[in-house]
Design a protein around this ligand. Structure first.
Ligand SMILES: *[C@@H]1O[C@H](CO)[C@@H](O)[C@H](O)[C@H]1NC(C)=O
Ligand SMILES: *[C@@H]1O[C@H](CO)[C@@H](O)[C@H](O)[C@H]1NC(C)=O
Ligand SMILES: *[C@@H]1O[C@H](CO)[C@@H](O)[C@H](O)[C@H]1NC(C)=O
Ligand SMILES: *[C@@H]1O[C@H](CO)[C@@H](O)[C@H](O)[C@H]1NC(C)=O
Ligand SMILES: *[C@@H]1O[C@H](CO)[C@@H](O)[C@H](O)[C@H]1NC(C)=O
Ligand SMILES: *[C@@H]1O[C@H](CO)[C@@H](O)[C@H](O)[C@H]1NC(C)=O
Ligand SMILES: *[C@@H]1O[C@H](CO)[C@@H](O)[C@H](O)[C@H]1NC(C)=O
Ligand SMILES: *[C@@H]1O[C@H](CO)[C@@H](O)[C@H](O)[C@H]1NC(C)=O
Ligand SMILES: *[C@@H]1O[C@H](CO)[C@@H](O)[C@H](O)[C@H]1NC(C)=O
Ligand SMILES: *[C@@H]1O[C@H](CO)[C@@H](O)[C@H](O)[C@H]1NC(C)=O
Ligand SMILES: *[C@@H]1O[C@H](CO)[C@@H](O)[C@H](O)[C@H]1NC(C)=O
Ligand SMILES: *[C@@H]1O[C@H](CO)[C@@H](O)[C@H](O)[C@H]1NC(C)=O
Length: 460
């Protein structure tokens, strides 16, 4: 409860009031008063703000009313009084210079401090000398100062150290909240919070405990946040990663390798090739490489704080680009049902070869056979649908080249006229112009934009 407003009813006088009534006749307290109430506005007061002790239903037949600090009604605690007949106020010993008393009974407290917290009592003296009292509690809350985070270990080691983060200063009636990367943080197996949440303990830190951490303090009138706090966790180096990831490079190009390893503080890098130190840097650059630059490339990373080092080795092969292959065939005109053999001639070794037919990857039928290295394509027996353009492509990991195409024509012998009538398919060579005809429509086949039906009658 931030506010207590106690209307006094018949028979509810505190014993102190009775004593007072006995000793001071003028302050004689009549319990027979109506429902005067006092309310603190606003109910929660921040230090430095104002609060009005607002009186509701102030009695009408009053001579004077007094405001006291505390609930004893001692003369020494009088803040001020208001004399109805003269409409005048006077101040008492407890007046601080920041209070104002009003005709309607209310008391304004300005620029309050924590010392102003407590009970305030209103005493009213009626014409008949009845002197009812009522009181109100004032709770003053500190405006929270900006907290800051202190750590008991400025350089924790990953996997080894635990760290306690403390949110300073300790203030009363404050709740503490921790955030990491903006997310509010609660206890789990790796983190412990003290009972008041003011201390966060990270058990066995890992690198993603780095933060930033923010401590937030709250009380009923204010919220305050610390500056972000980042832990300097020592870790690594991890195994380095060399980029780019390819292992084959073309000769007469520039070789540019980069090495990266997660590490704090940042790792020191060095490169060696076939065991010989080449560079003490993160990047390695060798211009215009030749096949002699093939070998094992080692990136070494070293963290001077952890004293650990790690290496990654990459085997690099520098290759010449492949030369242009040529296709050899005994005769490009072949009689149907005869065998034919195409050979892809290339001076390169360690290459892979594939065949293309009419611009597409050659689909092998059961009449076709490739040699183990794909260099030789045998078709036995050939059929008319094998007519077309053949070429071979030679490639290694850094380059590929296609031979000039050769046109293979399968011709029918006159004696095979019977087979033609059985199989009335026109030869593939005739299909080609037909296809082009279908793909590009003649100019009179005009397609009008905005119409859903495709082909229209000639426009002119
Ligand atoms: C008393 O009344 C005077 C005149 O209205 C005012 O200036 C002063 O602030 C009042 N004092 C208190 C304690 O309210
Ligand atoms: C009493 O007077 C003060 C000052 O004029 C005013 O702010 C307050 O609202 C009044 N209280 C009531 C109950 O009218
Ligand atoms: C409020 O009080 C503080 C000290 O308690 C003082 O520095 C400040 O000037 C006061 N402000 C007003 C408006 O009275
Ligand atoms: C803290 O809260 C308690 C109970 O609500 C109260 O008694 C005490 O005065 C408060 N302290 C401060 C400094 O606000
Ligand atoms: C401490 O924080 C947790 C959540 O992080 C919360 O559930 C708990 O109530 C808090 N305790 C105190 C005393 O503020
Ligand atoms: C931290 O790393 C662990 C595993 O290494 C992971 O499970 C956890 O989600 C990470 N936490 C954050 C905040 O990234
Ligand atoms: C982190 O700690 C290392 C020493 O372990 C120090 O060299 C480095 O400067 C620190 N980094 C920051 C950002 O403070
Ligand atoms: C690269 O080296 C070759 C000899 O290996 C040389 O002929 C060529 O001019 C060099 N190219 C450049 C750009 O230096
Ligand atoms: C790397 O570590 C190995 C053993 O862990 C050690 O022999 C070597 O000297 C270290 N190299 C450097 C450059 O620190
Ligand atoms: C290729 O074969 C066709 C048909 O068998 C034949 O007419 C032609 O003479 C041959 N050409 C060569 C160069 O052998
Ligand atoms: C293969 O190499 C020889 C000599 O080294 C050369 O005469 C021939 O033209 C080359 N053939 C191709 C297809 O490059
Ligand atoms: C031979 O060709 C097939 C398919 O065209 C391909 O999958 C295979 O890798 C090739 N082999 C060689 C040695 O080039």
């Amino acid at each position: 409860m931030e506010l207590t407003s106690a209307p006094l009813h018949k028979g509810q006088l505190p014993w102190r009031g009775l004593l007072l009534a006995a000793s001071l006749l003028t302050y004689w307290n009549s319990p027979a008063t109506a429902q005067v109430t006092v309310e603190a506005v606003p109910p929660l007061v921040a230090e430095g703000a104002n609060v009005l002790l607002q009186v509701h239903k102030l009695l009408e037949d009053l001579q004077v009313f007094y405001w006291y600090k505390g609930d004893s009604g001692d003369e020494s605690n009088e803040i001020a009084r208001f004399i109805i007949s003269t409409n005048m106020n006077t101040t008492g010993p407890a007046y601080s210079g920041r209070e104002r008393i009003y005709r309607n009974g209310s008391l304004l407290l300005q620029n309050v401090t924590e010392k102003d917290a407590g009970t305030y009592m209103l005493r009213m003296i009626k014409i008949n000398y009845d002197s009812p009292t009522t009181s109100v509690q004032v709770h003053v809350h500190q405006l929270l100062p900006k907290p800051n985070i202190i750590s008991n270990n400025s350089n924790p080691m990953e996997g080894e150290d635990s760290v306690a983060l403390m949110c300073e200063p300790k203030t009363q009636n404050t709740t503490y909240l921790w955030r990491i990367n903006g997310q509010s943080l609660s206890e789990d197996g790796k983190r412990e919070l003290s009972d008041d949440n003011r201390t966060l303990t990270l058990l066995t830190v890992v690198r993603n405990d780095t933060g930033p951490y923010v401590c937030e303090t709250r009380n009923p009138v204010s919220t305050s946040r610390s500056d972000p706090f980042t832990l300097n966790i020592t870790y690594g180096p991890d195994d380095p990663i060399i980029s780019p990831s390819n292992t084959h490079f073309q000769s007469r190009t520039n070789l540019s390798l980069s090495c990266h390893a997660a590490s704090n503080p940042p790792a020191q890098y060095s490169w060696s090739v076939n065991g010989v130190l080449q560079a003490s840097s993160q990047e390695l650059f060798i211009p215009n490489i030749t096949t002699n630059n093939s070998g094992s490339y080692t990136c070494l990373v070293y963290n001077s704080v952890t004293g650990l080092n790690r290496t990654t080795v990459k085997i690099i092969t520098v290759l010449e680009p492949v030369t242009l292959p040529v296709i050899q065939v005994t005769n490009t005109t072949v009689k149907e049902l005869d065998p034919v053999m195409l050979t892809c001639i290339s001076n390169d070794t360690g290459v892979s070869i594939r065949w293309l037919f009419n611009g597409q990857n050659l689909g092998l039928t059961d009449r076709m056979k490739l040699s183990q290295d794909n260099r030789t394509l045998s078709i036995d027996p050939v059929r008319r649908e094998d007519s077309g353009e053949y070429l071979c492509e030679v490639s290694n990991p850094v380059s590929s080249k296609k031979s000039d195409p050769i046109q293979l024509d399968i011709i029918r012998e006159l004696t095979s006229a019977i087979s033609q009538s059985i199989n009335p398919q026109p030869p593939t060579t005739i299909w080609a112009p037909l296809t082009t005809l279908l793909i590009s429509p003649p100019p009179w086949l005009t397609v009008h934009r905005g119409h859903s039906s495709g082909v229209r009658s000639p426009a002119r």
